[in-house]
Every structure is written in structure tokens, then in C-alpha cells.
Design a protein around this ligand. Structure first.
Ligand code: ZN
Length: 258
């Protein structure tokens, strides 16, 4: 099986053959890294931030990329928190088959890291340990003045949540206009470089640094997505379909291995 980038044509298969190929690659690999986007969480009921039916198409005073920006947070923390509490905190969400299967793969010693663009903490809830959250987590918050750490309960108050020292508490999430945590990004790069299989799922690969991670992998690359991505040609296998469906197939394999 030649990688598309050399062969020129993406390796797209369908139906049973596609899932057979998928599970065979997973079975053969022992240093798997999973890179996941919003699509992983939409099957748990978390709206996709960037899709057409996600937050961007909702009607607000300003678009989300403004209301969730660093500038807006500084100028209008109260409005920021109104928006953030209503639209970004999802409480009754549970991990789905993708989260659970990834946790099992880590337990089985086949997966070294999960790199995620999601901020909902569902991978940890499913039992995964090495989760690299590129955009932070809604479960963590901190005081901008003294750096005191707070859980999610602390920001569920009315208005702008304040620390004991008087400072404003902010979510430990990467806001628009802010750059990714370089320490987390370095860890992700290292894991991907050492991986023998990179599975990319639930992302159209348009958001930095997803694309650059794909080209760093020296092993096999699988892209699972409902629609075409501009990196399909770099993949050894493209699974065109829902990520939950693909992970159902992997789950059957993992249960068998255990
Ligand atoms: Zn403080």
C-alpha cells in the first residue's frame, strides 16, 4: 500500500473492505497517535464550533470569533461570560464509542497519545490518560492575577467570576487572537513523529496545526472524515464516513484483542 502523496491517488475504499483495512492497520500498530477535531464530540451532542450548523451560524450580538476573543474578554468580561456559560459549557454530555475505544487502545498499550482540538474533557471522562488538549479545557480555569486554579463550578456564578485575591478568573481555553500552548504542541509533535500510525478523525484539517502534524508522521496515516479533506492524498487510508461508525469497527477489534 503506497501513500497517496507518492502514488498520487488517495487510497479510498468503501464498505467492509475499508473497515477491514482500518482494523488491520490498528492491529499491526503499537504507537498509535489519534488526532481529533470537533466531529469526535458532535456524536456526544456537542455542537461543532466551525461547521455550518454549529455556533458560527447562530445569531448573536457578535460572531463567536469576536465574543470568544482575548480583546472581547478584556473589554467586556460580563458579556463574554454570558456567552461562554450559555454556549460553551455542556454539562450533560457523555463520551461516545470513539472516546471509549481510544481509552481501551491506550490501556492495551497500543496508543501513546490523543491530540485534540476539543475542550470538553470527554476523553478523560472516558478514561484516557495522555490527552494533549491543544485548545485547553472548559474544566480548568485560573485567576489572571495570582494564577490560582479553579474548577468549572467556580465560573458558574452570575457575572464575572472573581478569585479570592480579587483578580478575574478566566477559562483555561485558547481564545481567538491567542496562540496555542507551545509546550503542549511540542509534546504533540514528538508523539506524532514517533508514531507508527496516525489516525486523524472528525476534522476537515483546515485548522492549524492539524495539517502540519499529518506531514510529520513517518508511519501510516488514516484520515476518517465525512467529507473530503485537502490532505487525503497524504493518507494511506481514507475512511469516508462517520467517525463513530469507524470506531465501532475498531472497538470490535480491541474487545477481541483484550
Ligand atoms: Zn487570584
Amino acid at each position: 500500500m503506497e501513500r497517496g502523496v507518492r502514488g498520487g491517488t488517495p487510497f479510498i475504499k468503501k464498505g467492509k473492505k475499508m473497515y477491514k483495512e482500518l482494523t488491520e492497520l490498528v492491529e499491526k500498530s503499537n504507537k498509535i497517535v489519534f488526532f481529533g477535531g470537533a466531529g469526535v464530540s458532535t456524536e456526544s451532542g456537542v455542537p461543532d464550533f466551525r461547521s455550518a450548523d454549529g455556533l458560527y451560524s447562530m445569531k448573536f450580538e457578535h460572531p463567536p470569533e469576536v465574543m470568544l476573543s482575548k480583546t472581547f474578554f478584556k473589554k467586556h468580561p460580563e458579556k463574554f461570560y454570558d456567552f461562554y456559560r450559555t454556549k460553551m459549557l455542556y454539562e450533560k454530555i457523555e463520551p461516545n464509542v470513539t472516546h471509549h475505544t481510544l481509552a481501551k487502545l491506550e490501556d492495551a498499550g497500543k496508543l501513546t497519545a490523543i491530540v485534540t482540538q476539543n475542550i470538553d474533557g470527554l476523553h478523560q471522562k472516558a478514561g484516557s490518560k495522555n490527552v494533549l488538549e491543544l485548545h485547553g479545557s472548559v474544566l480548568r480555569n485560573y485567576c489572571v492575577t495570582c494564577n490560582q486554579q479553579y474548577n468549572m463550578e467556580a465560573i458558574k456564578t452570575e457575572g464575572v467570576p472573581r478569585c479570592e485575591c480579587g483578580g478575574i478568573i478566566r477559562p483555561d481555553v485558547v481564545l481567538f487572537e491567542e496562540s496555542l500552548n507551545s509546550y503542549i504542541l511540542d509534546l504533540a509533535v514528538n508523539h506524532v513523529q514517533e508514531s507508527d500510525l496516525l489516525i486523524v478523525g472528525g476534522t476537515s484539517l483546515v485548522v492549524y496545526p492539524a495539517a502540519s502534524l499529518v506531514s510529520l508522521c513517518k508511519g501510516k496515516v488514516i484520515i476518517i472524515n465525512n467529507s473530503e479533506t485537502s490532505y487525503d492524498y497524504q493518507a494511506d487510508l481514507v475512511v469516508r464516513g462517520g467517525i463513530g461508525e469507524a470506531f465501532n469497527a475498531i472497538n470490535t477489534l480491541v474487545n477481541f484483542l483484550n
